[in-house]
Design a protein around this ligand. Structure first.
Ligand code: GRF
Length: 190
């Protein structure tokens, strides 16, 4: 059975594209039923429109609390009978409201070897720390910041010659393979 997937994103959307392309290439038995964004001007929105994927703009400021915003999101996701949620550069903390509706069904990608360098600047922080290697982590989402249990990791060595720009490019290249393949493994084991 084709898994009904929701992707949540706030930005550029290269991971969204990697997942969508893997589906098109029959490498991932899923369908992106909806893209959830918190910013309607994010470039990822254009990428979803190009692929005729429905977009749901969650306007957090229209709700008194984040929990109420997420309750309306759960109603929307239920319409699509969503089975798995992939966060792909979604810059918001998920609360227990959404976590309870999708236990162990919300996955995130983070550009470091967690638990090292959580937070918004995982690549920059690893580069500045001059560690010999960093990488990419796919993990389950909990209510903390990049703190859920790890599903998959891939190391990216930091060479003497690397700049922040070259390291970012290497990390993103790994992300675009690791995310779809990990999603495929999760889907195939369910
Ligand atoms: C990626 O580096 C991802 O690991 C992080 O946010 C970035 C999103 O990039 N969580 P994009 O929007 O998928 O291009």
């Amino acid at each position: 059975m084709t898994t009904k997937l929701a992707v949540f994103a706030s930005g550029t959307g290269t991971n969204f594209v990697a997942i969508a392309d893997a589906i098109t290439a029959n490498q991932l038995d899923a369908e992106i039923k909806v893209l959830v964004v918190d910013k309607i001007n994010a470039p990822v929105v254009t990428r979803a429109k190009e692929r005729n994927i429905p977009i749901f703009h969650l306007k957090y400021k229209d709700y008194d609390t984040k929990e109420l915003a997420e309750a309306s999101l759960v109603t929307e996701l239920n319409k699509y009978q969503i089975e798995l949620i992939a966060l792909a550069g979604f810059m918001r903390i998920i609360t227990p409201t959404l976590l309870a509706a999708y236990p162990n069904k919300i996955i995130n990608i983070h550009p470091s070897l967690l638990p090292a360098f959580p937070g918004r600047h995982g690549i920059d922080d690893a580069f500045t720390a001059k560690v010999p290697q960093t990488g990419v982590t796919i993990h389950y989402v909990d209510s903390g910041i990049d703190s859920g249990s790890v599903i998959a990791q891939q190391v990216v060595p930091i060479e003497q010659t690397d700049t922040l720009v070259s390291l970012e490019a290497k990390i993103h290249a790994v992300e675009h393979v690791l995310y779809p393949t990990t999603l495929a493994q999760l889907i195939n084991h369910n």
